[in-house]
Design a protein around this ligand. Structure first.
Ligand code: TXA
Ligand code: MG
Length: 331
């Protein structure tokens, strides 16, 4: 595929200009690709019912065709029209978390092309809590198949700049509505068996799901497929630090060896002189979530050799962040 001109379309995150949404929807309807903001990360959207358009997503990202895509919808009615069936408890989840960062994986019906579901009998569906995403889906009158708008294996994009870095020249347009609000991807929940199973931890926590359902959910994130395990990796080498763990000596050795070292801390501590960057997270896990991918992208831009990242306590959103940091560290 030759290079194409990628249009960057500025759009108001709260009151998206109709003209801009019309332009983006026209591209999607013609089978093109448009990156758009959601409340979690930027997505790379295609008409989810157009097989040829969906195929382009895989080739542009360099993604395995076995890795299924999420269908983004603008209502529960639309979502439920793609499921064969669903247990009634799902309605409690939809009530509490939609629109929002929860992807529901259920058995698909014939409406959903196999290319979307990666050849599996299941489809993941979510209704994003972002006016630009919702307006675009409504204007298209179709669900949008959309993975995160990064090259496969790279950290997810939380700004239009990040998308541009990976996909400029390969897609028709990027809707730029500024940085995303949450910064970390949706929770992917399989509802086809009891207990429900979290396939990927995300912005909605296990505790919130259990609290809403009145029963525990099962966490299967340790058993990720291989493709998923190579996700989220920046160029810089990431090393995870246990919560409150000591790293002074290691950093000293790195600096003496002439490496450019960065450090992301939740618990502040004295560190050796000569650190290239130090980021202190003071506002808890939600701040860490908002900044996580931004920091990884920045570390690459700065050409750091190594980035130490302190793991949060593994509860709530901290569990999700620890999952992403470990994956970035190649674990
Ligand atoms: O927040 C998000 O979820 C973002 C925004 C753009 O919505 N999307 C996103 O998509 O992160 P992606 O493709 O980068 O990650 C989706 C994850 C993948 O690990 C995929 O394997 C899993 O969800 N997934 C999607 N559909 C599935 C299905 N039918 N069965 C099992 N896993 C599924
Ligand atoms: Mg992704």
């Amino acid at each position: 595929m030759g290079e194409i001109k990628t249009r960057i379309l500025q759009v108001d995150p709260e009151k998206p200009e109709e003209k801009v949404i019309d332009m983006a929807a026209a591209i999607i309807k013609k089978g093109g690709l448009v990156a758009f903001p959601t409340e979690t990360v930027y997505g790379l959207g295609a008409d989810g019912l157009n097989e040829e358009a969906v195929f382009k997503i895989f080739s542009v990202k360099g993604r395995s065709e076995k890795n299924p895509l999420i269908l983004h919808v603008s209502s529960w009615e639309q979502a439920s029209s793609f499921f064969l069936s669903f247990p009634s408890e799902v309605l409690m989840l939809v009530d509490r978390f939609w629109p929002g960062p929860l992807t529901i994986v259920g058995y698909k019906n014939h409406m959903v092309p196999d290319v979307v579901s990666g050849g599996t009998p299941k489809v993941g569906v979510r209704m994003p809590a972002h006016q630009v995403a919702l307006s675009l889906i409504k204007k298209c009158g179709k669900p949008l198949a959309a993975p995160s708008a990064n090259l496969s294996g790279r950290p997810s994009p939380t700004t239009a700049e990040h998308v541009k870095k990976d996909l400029e020249g390969k897609i028709e347009a990027i809707l730029d509505a500024g940085p995303t609000g949450i910064g970390i991807e949706s929770t992917v929940l399989d509802i086809t068996e009891r207990p429900f199973k979290v396939l990927r931890p995300g912005a909605v926590t296990l505790e919130q799901l259990a609290d809403t359902l009145g029963e525990e959910v099962y966490s299967a994130s340790g058993q990720d497929r291989r493709e998923d395990a190579v996700h989220y990796r920046p160029r810089v080498r990431i090393v995870d630090i246990p919560w409150g763990g000591d790293i002074g000596t290691k950093i000293m050795e790195d600096i003496e060896a002439g490496r450019r070292v960065g450090c992301v801390l939740i618990n502040d501590r004295e560190l050796p002189q000569g650190l290239a960057v130090k980021v202190l997270i003071t506002q808890g896990t939600s701040e860490y979530g908002v900044r996580l991918y931004e920091i990884m992208h920045k570390a690459d831009e700065l050409g750091l050799d190594i980035l130490y990242m302190e793991l949060p306590e593994e509860k709530g959103l901290g569990r999700t962040l620890a999952d992403r940091i470990r994956k970035a560290a190649g674990k």
